[in-house]
Design a protein around this ligand. Structure first.
Ligand SMILES: [Mg+2]
Length: 383
């Protein structure tokens, strides 16, 4: 029986910086441009793409764009050149062994290999993973302008456009009293029309969370993401037990399958934010999702605010994982002023829609990459 053979001939990691449409305020950073790393793999003459993105450099997690590009372009390339991309299970195991940690770098390469193999077979990435269980997923938006009135105005615009009806508020940078007042005002404004959730991004300690989570639940907030430090699983469990009306979501604290298992055994959350970058690629994401689903935890299709390439790779993967009780937040491309891809994503009817393939369903725009890349001086203007 002949089989697909795709020897890996080339692995490139190209850092780029794309400005955002507005400053994005988070508890740990304010972002006005996204630093991404595009990974381009050539295997058996077929090219596949992956992307890693960090939010504010090594602020959300430990990896920086510079580090990701170096890890992919040196250590992972050394381990993977000449290997058969079509043997994806072997490839992911080899990637996992080649370098410790560095999940964002591994995920970008994992995505690029999957994209190349799907393209070689002329099928969608989702089909390579057994086929989608949905062709569109609910799409949340993050209101993070830093101003209550502006956030409400932005939310109204999103409802009118029928683009989003789940709003996530980034809190934790201000006094908790002010944050709760901000959230309550927005929840009131959208009562019965849109859901409001919060992401504290680890900014609170346990007493602060214990004091203010009930007020958030009282204001109509249904979900609170990572209220305390990633390491503090015990506090997550106590907070979840004390606030049964609120789904506490693990994000920064759940990277590996072992993290997911620990949250399950300690009953530390009701929901899990998935991110291929956190989990080191396709296999890691599927492992974490399987543990979460088996324990009855709701899935949330998270984002590191990747551009079109990384967002599409995550979308293909998420559609194969079954129900997403908390939808997705795959809006990264909508926060960017420009794109490194040749085609856009369909965002309509409060959902993100799966494109036709092959692979992730778009191509890298070489002119735009030439303009936005940060590893050499600009040699062209964007088309
Ligand atoms: Mg989060």
């Amino acid at each position: 029986m002949p089989r697909l053979r795709l020897p890996i001939e080339r692995i490139e990691a190209i850092p780029a910086r794309v400005p955002t449409i507005r400053p994005h305020h988070l508890s740990f950073a304010t972002v006005d441009a996204m630093d991404v790393v595009i990974v381009r793999v050539t295997a058996g003459g077929v090219v596949g793409y992956g992307e890693a993105s960090t939010i504010g450099g090594p602020r959300w997690g430990e990896e920086s764009p510079e580090g990701i590009a170096a890890i992919v372009g040196t250590y992972l390339a050394e381990a993977m050149l000449g290997q058969d991309a079509a043997q994806l299970n072997l490839a992911e195991a080899r990637i996992a062994r080649a370098v410790r940690g560095n999940f964002f770098a591994k995920a970008a390469l994992s995505m690029a290999l999957h994209d190349a193999v799907a393209r070689a077979g002329g099928i969608r990435l989702a089909d390579l993973l057994g086929g989608p269980q949905a062709i569109h997923l609910p799409l949340a938006w993050t209101l993070a302008s830093g101003d209550t009135a502006r956030d409400i105005e932005e939310g109204e615009r999103m409802l009118a456009l029928r683009r989003h009806r789940d709003f996530k508020l980034k809190i934790g940078a201000h006094a908790p009293e002010d944050d709760v007042a901000h959230v309550a005002a927005i929840a009131r404004a959208f009562e019965g029309r849109a859901s409001v959730r919060v992401d504290v991004n680890q900014a609170w300690d346990e007493p602060t969370a214990a004091r203010f989570l009930p007020a958030l639940a009282g204001a109509g907030v249904a979900m609170a993401e990572q209220p305390v430090a990633a390491w503090n699983v015990a506090a997550m469990a106590r907070l979840q037990r004390a606030n049964p009306r609120l789904a506490i979501m693990g994000d920064e604290g759940i990277a590996t399958p072992q993290d997911a298992l620990r949250h399950v055994t300690e009953a530390a959350c009701h929901a899990v934010a998935l991110k291929p970058a956190k989990h080191g690629g396709v296999a890691g994401t599927r492992a974490v999702a399987a543990i979460a689903r088996s324990a009855g935890l709701g899935l949330y299709g998270g984002t590191m605010l990747e551009g079109t390439i990384g967002t599409l790779a995550a979308l293909h993967l998420y559609t194969t994982l079954g129900d997403h009780a908390w939808g997705t937040e795959l809006f990264g491309p909508l926060l960017l002023r420009d794109t490194l891809a040749t085609s856009g994503i369909e965002f309509r009817d409060f959902a993100i829609h799966l494109p036709e393939g092959p692979g992730i369903g778009t191509e890298l725009d070489e002119d735009k990459l030439g303009f936005f890349r940060t590893d050499r001086s600009r040699t062209s203007l964007p088309a």
